[in-house]
Design a protein around this ligand. Sequence first.
Ligand code: SAM
Ligand code: SF4
Ligand code: SF4
Length: 338
Amino acid sequence: MQSYLLTDQYRRPIQDLRISVTDRCNFRCSYCMPKEIFGTDCAFMHKDELLSFEEIMRLVSLFASQGVSKIRLTGGEPLLRNDLPVLVAAIKQIPEIKDLGLTTNGTLLGKQAQSLYDAGLRRLNISLDALDPKLFGQMNGRGIPTDHILKQIHYAQQIGFKIKINMVVQKNVNDAEIIPMAQYFKNCGITLRFIEFMDVGNDNSWSFQKVVTKQNILQKLQQSFQLEPIEPTRFGEVAKYYRYAESDAQVGFITSVSESFCSSCTRGRLSSDGTFYNCLFASQGLDLRDLLRHGADDHTLLQAIVQTWTQRKDRYSDERTAQTAVSRPKISMSYIGG
Ligand code: SAM
Ligand code: SF4
Ligand code: SF4
């Protein structure tokens, strides 16, 4: 059995680090940054408050020394951060990092996909919640048309990226899009992942009634397609995958609500201002930026990281109730990084 360097109170190793490179976004998805709350007067972080690339790199090296081998760049919208390919190229130089991915809403790929690929990025998760243009425009809160995102997806596919599509499914909002989305991406040979609507942050009016579970989605899909389950390939795999019969195309499910996976959660999160969180639903974290900017040496930073992870007992999704979903203070997803 593999032995891990750093494990928490439930013996879960730290293997993945999700880094939010900005809290800003050019979308206002109702389930993440509803426009009524994230309005024109919304105060985002000043440039100086964000971790610099040098600061991020120093932390990535320290996390890598403790067992992190997988990095995901996210946000907010990560492509709004200037010079992102510079960060990608630097992370690619760290030998312990075996896997680097980026999650994006796709709007800016036309300008940046090639330079990200040239910097060494190979994996993209692109979010798209509907094919219907009117509905998608409403869901992204900015009237961005579906066609624009589909063009970016095909452009990135041509460049050579491995792409997965993320679709957050909400009852009576976009559940009618499940089959058209599945059909479209099956035809393109791109994996579509259905994400159960989660109670991240405190602003998205979440309730159990609005969640469309994996079981519901699978039943719908099975009326149109023949699907076979695929065995997970690694400990800590977030999605459960199925293969379409007689084809290599796959669909996945991220079942954070109906079949929570806290017992194998190996993910830490670094917010855009350098706070390290043990859980997507945490309300407190470790202020690494403060330590960095007060001249902490590597030993001090490592001690703080190790102490935070070894004390980790988080298993929010296992314990979620209708009560905790509304009563517990949580940080927003655009800040902590989805
Ligand atoms: N802006 C980028 C994007 O949308 O892909 C990256 C950041 S976004 C916070 C990362 C992922 O979180 C997206 O796939 C998004 O759909 C998902 N997400 C955001 N809010 C969610 C929620 N309430 N429930 C489930 N997934 C959510
Ligand atoms: Fe922006 Fe992504 Fe949140 Fe949508 S899900 S508002 S694109 S950060
Ligand atoms: Fe990991 Fe927290 Fe999500 Fe559980 S709720 S899977 S501990 S991030």
